[in-house]
Design a protein around this ligand. Structure first.
Ligand code: SF4
Length: 345
């Protein structure tokens, strides 16, 4: 039986594999895991890096849709691994591909050319549907650019699965409430109000991230009372009222920049996953910046990847089953992802 710690086992595997192994980590991973990663980033930054990676084994410390996107963009023969097979995303699960396709067909039968735009937090099958129906994918960092692009491709856009990101991005583009329609998922009624459909330009899937949805406008008011002079920055997966109450809103990379560019001595309250907030607090402590979470919001699925899980995977990497996608799913998901990467290059 090995007496090595998980950390030592991970470093031993890295030494064994050398350039044949690359470990990627999403910003929401805990510090013990992030410490072992070669590349850290948000969904867009990590997706951009995949086509350039030459390592035979790519370990993706994040949740399943990220590893699926990596598998769609991987080189032939490259193996993508997810340390914890059950690291899912409940928001992504609110949009099953068959339902998305059925809604698109129904809306097109009503005479509207509806183009799907999936937040990257969606399954590979959903991304494949987007590729097939002339749509694409977006991240929180490029949602505005991608929504503008998608609106120019047809009569309306089906934005899924995160209604908050859709609403916040629509606000940036100045879309009126009359141009937005909420999709309904009940079996016994049409997926939207047909009377309003001719005026709709943005159809919003009714999903949301339970982690960011926890944050309320009252939490921002409370932190402003507790810390006079605090600046507030939140993720756009938060509701519109939270985004309006904040000083700034944007992707994880925006939040990282916001904290880095704030003057020394700043007080900043951040509304996103707590692992990232605590890392930023530590990083900028020496500059006299006080960075605190508005609320302790922890993604239990991101937390499933632990140092021990990573060590167990790397101990048995040759025998581990890599992420696989059906050929047609991989092909069409790649079309949707590549459109995004080309538009935002
Ligand atoms: S933070 Fe929210 S959107 Fe991200 S993986 Fe967790 S549940 Fe999904």
């Amino acid at each position: 039986m090995t007496t090595q710690t998980p950390s030592e086992r991970i470093e031993a595997a890295r030494a064994r594999y050398g350039d044949r192994l690359a470990i990627l980590g999403h910003h929401y991973q805990n510090d013990a895991v992030i410490h072992h990663t070669d590349i850290q980033g948000d969904s867009l930054e990590l997706a951009r890096r995949i086509p350039g990676l030459t390592a035979e084994h790519v370990v993706f410390c994040g949740v399943y849709f990220m590893a699926e996107s990596a598998a769609a963009l991987a080189r032939p023969g490259q193996k993508i691994h997810l340390p914890h097979a059950d690291a899912t995303c409940p928001m992504a699960d609110t949009a099953p591909a068959q339902k998305v396709e059925a809604v698109l067909d129904e809306l097109r039968e009503q005479g509207r050319l509806v183009v799907p735009l999936a937040y990257v937090n969606s399954s590979a099958e959903v991304k494949a549907v987007c590729g097939l129906y002339g749509g694409s994918v977006c991240t929180s960092a490029n949602a505005r650019v991608m929504l503008e692009w998608a609106l120019a491709q047809g009569d309306a856009v089906l934005f899924l699965p995160d209604r908050h990101l859709g609403e916040n991005t629509a606000n940036q583009l100045g879309l009126s409430s009359g141009e937005r329609l909420r999709v309904r998922l009940r079996q016994d009624e049409p997926s939207v109000d047909y009377k309003k459909l001719p005026y709709a330009r943005l159809l919003l899937w009714p999903g949301s991230c339970a982690i960011h949805h926890m944050l309320k406008k009252q939490d921002i008011e409370a932190v402003r009372r507790q810390i006079p002079g605090v600046r507030v920055v939140v993720h756009p997966e938060c509701s519109q009222s939270v985004v309006r109450a904040a000083d700034s809103a944007g992707s994880t990379s925006h939040i990282i920049r916001y904290c880095a560019q704030a003057p020394a001595g700043s007080k900043i309250a951040v509304g996103t996953e707590v692992n990232l907030v605590l890392r930023l607090a530590e990083r900028h402590k020496a500059e006299g910046k006080t960075i605190v979470p508005i609320k302790t919001m922890r993604c239990t699925n991101m937390a499933k990847t632990t140092e021990l899980r990573l060590a167990e995977l790397l101990d048995n990497l040759e025998d581990a089953a890599p992420m696989t996608l059906a050929d047609d799913v991989a092909e069409h998901a790649r079309v949707a992802l590549t459109r995004m990467l080309d538009i935002c290059s």
